[in-house]
Write a protein that binds this ligand. Structure first.
Ligand code: FES
Length: 143
C-alpha cells in the first residue's frame, strides 16, 4: 500500500521538533481527520536555513511533513512557495488516493509558515520606516 520511501520517512522522520526563536511558524489542520501539522522555520535573507515540524496525525501526514521539510531546506522563500503536494507525493513515490489530503496538509503548512514570515517582515519594515513621510529635507539642515 505504501512505498518504501513513505515507510522510511514515517519510521525515520527528518527534521522533527521545534526551532526555538523561529521567525516563521505555521500551523494547519484538517477538520475531517483532526490531524494537525506545525512547521517552524529559521529564515535568513529569504533563505530557509532550518526547518522543523511537529505533526499530530497519520503516518502519511508524518511522511509528507518529513519530505516537505527536506525539500524546502536551503531553498529561498519563493522556491518554497512553489512546492506543491504533487511534488511531495512524487518524491515519496506516490500515496494511496485516500491519503492525498495528507500531502495537501504538508503543502499548506509550509505556505502558512511563509505567510507568517512575510507578515512579520511586513510589520518590521513598517516599524522601521519611521513616519513614512520622510522627505529627507531635515537632513540638509545638518550640514
Ligand atoms: Fe489526516 Fe492523514 S489522515 S492527515
Amino acid at each position: 500500500m505504501y512505498s518504501e520511501k513513505v515507510m522510511d520517512h514515517f519510521a525515520n522522520p527528518r527534521n522533527v521538533g521545534e526551532i526555538e526563536g523561529a521567525n516563521a511558524v505555521g500551523e494547519v489542520g484538517n477538520a475531517k481527520c483532526g490531524d494537525i501539522m506545525k512547521i517552524y522555520m529559521d529564515i535568513e535573507d529569504d533563505i530557509i536555513k532550518d526547518v522543523k515540524f511537529k505533526t499530530f496525525g497519520c503516518g502519511a501526514a508524518i511522511a509528507t511533513s518529513s519530505m516537505a521539510t527536506e525539500m524546502v531546506k536551503g531553498k529561498t522563500v519563493k522556491e518554497a512557495l512553489e512546492l506543491t503536494n504533487k511534488a511531495v507525493m512524487e518524491a515519496l513515490d506516490g500515496l494511496p488516493p485516500e491519503k492525498i489530503h495528507c500531502s495537501v496538509l504538508a503543502e499548506e503548512a509550509i505556505r502558512s509558515a511563509i505567510e507568517d514570515y512575510n507578515k512579520r517582515k511586513g510589520i518590521e519594515s513598517e516599524d522601521s520606516s519611521g513616519c513614512g513621510f520622510c522627505c529627507k529635507k531635515c537632513y540638509k539642515n545638518e550640514d
